[in-house]
Design a protein around this ligand. Structure first.
Ligand code: GLU
Length: 482
């Protein structure tokens, strides 16, 4: 049987890394066996509605290449795929569940209901002893007919242990006494997550449910609903939380938890996706670099693990560097351009700049710090010209930069390669070592001890006029000194 999986995000306006990882595992379970991947929008909590939030979900999945086979925008045979459009379906099943004895009507004050709601949100079972459970069905129906607001609450009469299997956590036992009789259908007719997920997963014929381990404790409640209806529960795949460190979850507040935050910080979508695949899954060997289609081939549920997944930004940054180096020169340039536009206004040979940066940066955001001296020559310390290894000091620098300044107006073509040949020749003609010319030129052009790119690469980027101007600044300052 082919797998049918679903990604069921709540539209929060924010794609948490943990959610994207869930989506990825759902996608891989489906695609590794030629199955279907569905997108379902879980928007039953109207209080939390955020304008434009669904677009973020669509655009994130599209950016990383996880296309869905069924969903709100593409349709499918099991729609609607937006929960707020399924209200009549939930109502129908809620009343059915009452008839079957798996739920009851409840008339408790909204206060108790909202407290219960909060507990649902935190997915922590709070024991709620519902007095309405004792009402007869006739009595309850009469009160509903008289217009009294009601909710539908789950009825849990079972005693002993609930047992179920999870693909990651193994066999799990939870005491029925630990389960609360939570609201399934609210007074406004909207279902809670605890009800909607069961109804939809069944009706949409979902075979595998991947979700955070915070849902494990509620799973027996879902199983009771499946059982009462005579339905088969899906295969459960609960995954550990994504942690910032051993104690803290990745949180929205720090600005480090969302896909969008990472993209804004200069990480490539492909690298983020590759990295998060490994947050809780391993291929069984040392391999670390996987494209999405390679993941489809390599993935297996058995290799998901339950130890907490720590989000290691250093590792992601390293991986991002690998992806940057794998880009074609053209693609790198295209991705770097917006970053250049943000911090560079001077006319520069940007294609030459891209050539220098691509092998040397780890995130696109590094571009700013790697190029600030191109925009404006910093006020550097002349002591930088003194370098034992390069056998340079201020006098050597002056003696090298003078003929360089005389040569540069004639250099043709103005390219890194030609400049390099010409400066090497100049060094030989003046009885200097290559480094005694190239090192002072690099300091004069950058005002920095270390730069991405050597002297002639920087000259090619800066252009003839600015290169000469900077050499002359150095000569003037060195002259004033001596
Ligand atoms: N809407 C739920 C969430 O965003 C989905 C959980 C599930 O996949 O069942 O956490």
């Amino acid at each position: 049987m082919k797998a049918r999986t679903r990604f069921a995000p709540s539209p929060t306006g924010y794609m948490h890394i943990g959610n994207l990882r869930t989506a990825l595992y759902e996608y891989l379970i489906a695609k590794s066996g030629g199955g279907d991947f569905l997108l379902r929008i879980e928007d039953t909590d109207q209080k939390r509605y955020v304008e434009g939030a669904t677009d973020i979900i669509y655009s994130t999945l599209k950016t990383v290449g996880m296309n869905w086979d069924e969903g709100p925008d593409v349709g499918g045979n099991y729609g609607p795929y937006v929960q707020s459009e399924r209200k009549p379906i939930y109502a129908e099943y809620a009343h059915k569940l009452v008839e079957l004895g798996g739920a009851h009507y409840c008339f408790c004050a909204p206060k108790e209901e909202s407290e219960d709601d909060e507990a649902e949100e935190n997915a922590v079972p709070a024991k709620f002893q519902d007095p309405c459970k004792r009402l007869s069905l006739e009595e309850a129906r009469a009160r509903i007919a008289a217009g009294e607001p009601f909710t539908v609450r789950q009825t849990i009469n079972k005693k002993g242990k609930s047992r179920f299997h999870d693909e990651v956590y193994g066999d799990i036992e939870i005491d029925y006494d630990d389960l609360d009789e939570g609201v399934l259908l609210k007074t406004d007719g909207f279902p809670t997550y605890n009800f909607a997920n069961v109804i939809d997963d069944h009706l949409m014929e979902i075979t595998h449910v991947v979700r955070g381990n915070e849902y494990i404790s509620s799973t027996p409640k879902y199983n009771l609903i499946y059982e009462t209806f005579g339905w088969t529960p899906p295969v459960y795949v609960h995954v550990p939380q994504v942690m910032k460190d051993a104690q803290h979850k990745l949180s929205k507040r720090n600005g480090d938890a969302s896909f969008q935050d990472l993209v804004a910080k200069g990480y490539l979508p492909e690298a983020i996706l590759n990295y998060i695949a490994l947050l809780g899954w391993n291929p069984g060997d040392d391999r670390e670099i996987f494209s999405l289609s390679e993941l489809e081939k390599a993935f297996s549920v058995e290799r998901l693990n339950k130890s907490p997944a720590i989000f290691d930004i250093v590792k992601l940054t390293w991986m991002n560097g690998c992806y940057i180096r794998e880009l074609s020169a053209e693609n790198f340039h295209r991705l770097a351009l917006p970053y250049y536009q943000k911090c560079l206004t001077r006319p520069l040979d940007l294609a030459a700049l891209s050539k220098v940066l691509q092998p040397r940066i780890e995130t696109l955001a590094d571009i700013a710090a790697q190029t600030d001296f191109l925009e404006q020559l910093p006020d550097y310390d002349l002591a930088l010209f003194e370098n034992k290894k390069m056998k340079t000091d201020r006098d050597v620098a002056k003696n090298a930069l003078k003929p360089v300044a005389a040569l540069l107006p004639q250099v043709e073509p103005w390219s890194n390669e030609n400049l390099f040949e010409q400066l090497k020749k100049l060094a030989a003609d003046n009885g200097l070592k290559n480094g005694q010319v190239l090192y002072p030129v690099r300091i004069a052009l950058s005002g920095r001890e270390t730069t991405s790119g050597g002297a002639t690469e920087l000259a090619a980027i800066l252009g003839r006029e600015e290169t000469l101007a900077r050499i002359n600044v150095a000569l003037r300052r060195l002259g004033e000194q001596g």
